[in-house]
Design a protein around this ligand. Structure first.
Ligand code: SF4
Ligand code: SF4
Length: 128
């Protein structure tokens, strides 16, 4: 197992937030726009959650890759399990990974979603 000193604090160098599943072409257009920004990737993970990931270093990461606020860091960091972290977990977390807008275009074409999805999303509580 890789330890935190060896790994260079990989888990302190990105953020990942869950987003709604894309269910219309406008949603996919927004994903393409996100991917036009540096350091952004979007993926469907092994638990079928859609995730936006952004490469960005935590401001609390100090010299020697040590957390400067270790005794007061967020629960999210406390709960992070080295056995299942990005370096030591089993296999890839991404089922489908998009790094560029072109990745999205080819996926939509390959799956036929470019023809079958509506342009606008159905009205739901999230967009009404
Ligand atoms: S928890 Fe995992 S990813 Fe994070 S610093 Fe330690 S070894 Fe690296
Ligand atoms: S608060 Fe500390 S442990 Fe949490 S991401 Fe930042 S540097 Fe890493």
């Amino acid at each position: 197992m890789i330890n935190c000193e060896e790994c260079g604090a990989k888990c302190c160098r990105y953020i990942a937030v869950e987003t709604d599943p894309p269910d219309c072409l406008d949603d996919w257009d927004q994903i393409k726009w996100l991917l036009m920004h540096e350091g952004v990737s979007v993926y469907l993970d092994n638990e079928d959650d859609w995730i936006i990931e952004v490469t960005t270093k935590c401001k609390n990461l100090g010299p020697g890759n040590k957390c400067k606020i270790y005794n007061n860091h967020p629960d999210l960091c406390k709960d992070h399990d080295i056995k299942t972290c990005v370096m030591n977990g089993k296999g890839k977390v991404e089922k489908i990974l998009f790094k560029t807008a072109e990745d999205v275009d080819s996926y939509l074409k390959k799956t036929g979603l470019d023809k079958s999805l509506p342009k606008e999303c159905p009205k739901t509580s999230r967009n009404s």
